[in-house]
Design a protein around this ligand. Structure first.
Ligand code: HEC
Length: 100
């Protein structure tokens, strides 16, 4: 039962199947949704802002791993301690892939 519920939640929250569900992804969802600002900016908003920026991947990775403040508003993102560099890389590419 628990497993079914988890599967449903993931299906609802992660329309992009390339973003495999992980513990760290779940923690992102506490503050981020796709389209609007929750605590942090929506993933589509982030993608749009960095569109065409050759350093986007690097900037987003650094923000995720070390935290970010003052770029979007008054709330800061703490460093995501549980995130590995490889996961941050995957998230950054996934976010930028939202630009079509
Ligand atoms: C406690 C809430 C919180 C959590 C958890 C969180 N974020 Fe954030 N995130 C924010 C806020 C707030 C900002 C805006 C920070 C700023 O203004 O600089 C942000 C900004 C970002 C940005 C844009 C950074 C930039 O340089 O413009 C990315 C990318 C991002 N988050 C990804 C993630 C990912 C991926 C996770 C999960 C591993 C995550 N966040 C977890 C609150 C959070």
């Amino acid at each position: 039962m628990k497993r079914i519920f988890l599967g449903l939640t993931i299906a609802l929250l992660a329309p992009a199947s390339s973003m495999a569900a992980s513990a760290s992804e779940q923690s992102c969802r506490a503050c981020h949704v796709m389209d609007t600002t929750l605590v942090g900016p929506g993933f589509n908003q982030i993608a749009a802002r960095y569109k065409g920026d050759a350093e986007a991947i690097q900037k987003l990775k650094t923000s995720m791993l070390e935290g970010s403040a003052g770029k979007w508003g008054t709330i800061a993102m703490p460093a995501n301690k549980e995130l590995t560099a490889a996961e941050a890389d995957r998230f950054a590419h996934w976010i930028m892939s939202l630009n079509k």
